[in-house]
Design a protein around this ligand. Structure first.
Ligand code: NDP
Length: 287
């Protein structure tokens, strides 16, 4: 039987609409609109597209977009000074730095300079530590968006055997923590993992974020498993494909995300969600 499709585009649209309505309520109550600052250094074409999409999403959700586009030759000190300015600005509730940054910029130092309460990407070590100690405040957007999607299946995660393929700081590791915090039993795999097909074959839930087109074969998937494909790969013929062999996997899985239209749209919607929380929640005091 063919899997049910987890439609990220529809789930993200629903989330964005609920955010817009909450912003309207807050503004009617006299609060300010959430302000999101996206800092882009240089002219990486893919980054320019992401930043433009974030700008459009901000406008549609009723946020103030206070993005800053800086020339490629901007120095580390200049970026740090901008972060200090944005940290001090009460109308700015979320700050993110679009990665990758030019080689002369140290992204770790930049991220650590962001006020953790405004770190809506959830990359600051403070927020990573909060999540690792089961007290999350700001969760990285892509893995948290995956959790929102999983909630739509109606399947409880407690006790599931989950396999995360890919162990990056922005996808795999925070996904591991999110699933662990929901009491799934999680195995994380990376480039040195042995017998990957066997590990995937044991999973009730597979989340893949590797960046290799269709690396996880459909025949590895346990019948009835949930398959979440974070990968986005552009092939030479222009097609976008994920990291999972979708056509075969969908005949075995119970639920599966398509690419495009799966996890991708959830990332920006979750960024808006984090920014809204930063604007209106009071449980994070600036460090
Ligand atoms: P990275 O390159 O940072 O990390 C890739 C991970 O995959 C690493 O942990 C690496 O292992 C692991 N890996 C590489 N080869 C293998 C292999 N043969 N077997 C098992 N694991 C392997 O990538 P990202 O995490 O940034 O992105 C992964 C994918 O997700 C990309 O396609 C990217 O475009 C997509 N993405 C999608 C987003 C969305 O919004 N949908 C957001 C972010 C990313 P090791 O740690 O050992 O190097």
């Amino acid at each position: 039987m063919s899997a049910q499709i987890l439609d990220g585009k529809a789930i993200a649209a629903e989330l964005r609409e609920s955010i817009r309505q909450e912003v309207d309520r807050q503004v009617a109550a006299g609060n300010s609109r959430p302000g999101l600052a996206v800092i882009l250094v240089g002219e990486d074409p893919a980054s320019q597209v992401y930043v433009r999409n974030k700008k459009i999403a901000c406008e549609k959700a009723g946020f103030n977009d206070v993005s800053e586009v800086l020339p490629a030759e901007t120095t580390q000190e200049e970026v740090l000074a901008l972060i200090d300015k944005l940290n001090a600005d009460p109308e700015v509730h979320g700050i993110i730095v679009q990665l990758p940054v030019p080689d002369h910029i140290d992204p770790e130092e930049i991220i650590e300079r962001i006020d953790p309460c405004k770190d809506v990407d959830g990359f600051h070590p403070y927020n990573v530590g909060r999540m690792a100690t089961r007290m999350p405040i700001m969760a990285p957007c892509t893995p948290h968006g995956v959790m929102t999607m999983l909630s739509k299946t109606g399947i409880g995660l407690r006790g599931l055997d989950a396999v995360v393929v890919g162990a990056s700081n922005i996808v795999g590791v925070p996904q591991l923590l999110e699933l662990l915090n929901e009491r799934a039993t999680v195995t994380i795999c990376h480039s040195a993992t042995k017998n990957l097909p066997e590990k995937v074959a044991q999973a009730d839930l597979v989340v893949v974020g590797v960046g290799i087109p269709e690396m996880v074969k459909g025949e590895w998937i346990k019948p009835g498993a949930i398959v979440i494909d974070v990968g986005i790969n552009r092939l030479e013929d222009g097609r976008l494909v994920g990291d999972v062999e979708f056509e075969v996997a969908k005949e075995r899985a119970s639920w599966i995300t398509p690419v495009p239209g799966g996890v991708g749209p959830m990332t920006i919607a979750t960024l808006l969600e984090n920014t809204m929380k930063a604007a209106y929640k009071l449980d994070c005091k600036s460090k």
